[in-house]
Design a protein around this ligand. Structure first.
Ligand code: SAH
Ligand code: SF4
Ligand code: F3S
Length: 468
């Protein structure tokens, strides 16, 4: 463990190289894209000779990959920075870097905490991390928050040190052009750009060779994935890409996230229906059930057109589960708007939802031009009503699974017991069941016998074939 800032042995006056900085510890907040980006950052640093450690107490470089989506997400990171400050006090010379969306949003404001923060690096600057560490090691603060129109880290193989070697995220695009009025992502991650299909397929092939059984293709809006060749002729859209991935191996499950309701096409739905190994689950964030609010959110669909898409999903892919995101208490939301959200939730019958109170983000169109005028206690009450309703729908969705047999991909041992496995159904429902002779990476036919609020409970069933 380094007690002091390391010194370049051959020339003590020079600053140290990243490799001499030894061990890096990385904490990740935010969405799946951030999880995937941390794996890219680790890959870049490992190439330069740094080791990864899970023990903050022995780290020479502490990185925190951050999220700005809601105020609370940023508050948590500020809290962690205080802990890192304590670590620096104990072991002077430790370098602390803030990377990701909050780094991009707050830029040099973070460096004002000069006692704590040495490096600020935005989501498109991870190739530069070794240089930034080198700069910081000489005692200067280092920053790179340039957003790129091209960077997709296409050639970088992420270092996956996750909790299992069964499921992996594969980033297929970066950035977002949608500018939903409440959202920071277009500002923190820049313009949308798609990754070359050959590099995506290459990465998935390597994962298959290494025994992985499931990939989730990631983008803020995967439906607008579009790869064009150098002549500018379109050569691949998302349905074609996911089909190519699915055809790599029948033994590989393929998921994707996230779909924007305004451009989820029938072509995609037919592709999902046509391939057994493309999971029968779509995450389709609705945000609100009121067309007036959707317009203010700049979501580019109405309640009616959203419901039309839900019906298309249910018709083209019978039994497909649909999950969503909902924001309660957006600017000017009335009781009537809220009731429309409640009725849409019932009508759509979501299997699961992520539910949030609106959090105003400075610099976004809503932050700048609309008034965050729904009182905190009203937001809380509306959110609670939404959660209560969704909880009952989620429970109903699980109740419908009782007695059915599903093909579950075992991912890991369950948190509670080494004698139980944890996995997911094609529908993206969590399930735990006795391990018997199975292990993570196996597909197991599981008969559902019960459920908790979040998880199906079942038992391996060798004789019956699964419904899905
Ligand atoms: N790209 C994805 C989701 C990105 S953020 C998509 O478009 O669906 C994930 C979710 O966070 C959003 O769907 C939204 O429900 C929520 N969210 C984003 N900004 C928010 C804000 N300012 N306040 C509250 N929730 C927000
Ligand atoms: Fe944000 Fe909208 Fe882009 Fe999703 S689609 S990341 S909610 S701007
Ligand atoms: Fe993801 Fe949060 Fe950034 S949700 S894209 S890490 S603002």
């Amino acid at each position: 463990m380094l007690k002091e800032k390391p010194v370049n042995k051959t020339n003590p006056a020079a600053h140290v190289t990243p490799a001499e900085y030894g061990r890096v510890y990385i904490e990740t907040f935010g969405c799946q894209m951030n999880v995937s980006d941390s794996q890219v950052a680790v890959s870049v640093l490992k190439k330069k000779g740094l080791e990864v450690t899970d023990n903050i107490g022995e780290a020479d470089v502490i990185l925190v990959n951050t999220c700005s989506i809601r105020e609370n997400a940023e508050k948590r990171v500020w809290g962690r920075l205080q802990v890192f400050a304590g670590e620096k006090k104990r072991r002077p010379g430790v370098i602390v870097g803030v990377i990701g969306c909050m780094a991009e949003r707050l830029k040099s404001q973070l460096l004002d905490n000069s006692a704590t923060v040495d490096i600020v690096a935005g989501p498109d600057a991870y190739r530069k991390l070794p240089e930034l560490i080198e700069e910081a090691s000489s005692g200067q603060q280092a920053i790179n928050v340039l957003l790129s129109r091209e960077e997709t880290y296409a050639d970088i193989e992420p270092v996956r040190s996750g909790k299992n070697n069964v499921t992996a995220f594969v980033s297929i695009m970066r950035g977002c052009n949608n500018f939903c009025s409440y959202c920071v992502v277009p500002f923190t991650r820049g313009r949308e750009r798609s990754r070359a299909p050959s590099t995506i397929l290459g990465e998935v092939r390597t994962l298959i060779e290494n025994g992985y059984k499931e990939v989730t293709l990631l983008g803020q809006n995967v439906n607008s994935y579009r790869w064009t060749d150098s002549q500018g002729d379109e050569v691949m859209d998302f349905p074609e890409l996911i089909e190519k991935v699915a055809l790599l191996s029948p033994d590989l499950r393929v998921r994707f996230s996230t779909s924007h309701p305004k451009d989820i096409s029938d072509k995609l739905l037919y592709t999902i229906a046509a391939h057994k190994n493309i999971c029968k689950h779509i995450h389709l964030p609705v945000q609100s059930g009121s067309s007036r609010i959707l317009k203010l959110m700049n979501r580019a669909y109405t309640r009616e057109s959203y419901m039309e898409r839900i019906n298309a999903v249910k018709t083209i892919i019978p039994g497909c589960t649909v999950t969503t995101d909902i924001i309660a208490g957006f600017c000017s939301e009335t009781e009537k708007d809220h009731q429309q959200t409640i009725s849409l939730i019932k009508e759509a019958g979501f299997d699961f939802a992520f539910m949030f109170k609106y959090s105003e983000r400075p610099g976004t169109p809503a932050g700048d031009k609309l008034t965050d005028d729904v009182a905190e206690e009203v937001k809380t009450r509306r959110l609670n009503e939404i959660i209560e309703l969704q909880n009952s729908l989620s429970a109903e969705s699980k109740k419908n699974d009782l007695g059915k047999v599903y093909k579950v991909l075992a991912e890991s041992f369950s948190k509670k017991s080494e004698n139980e496995l944890f996995g997911r159904t094609s529908h993206n429902k969590s399930a735990v069941f006795p391990k018997q002779n199975y292990q993570p990476g196996d597909y197991v036919n599981v008969k559902i016998t019960g459920h908790t609020s979040a998880t199906l409970i079942g038992c391996p069933e060798k004789t019956l074939s699964p419904v899905l």
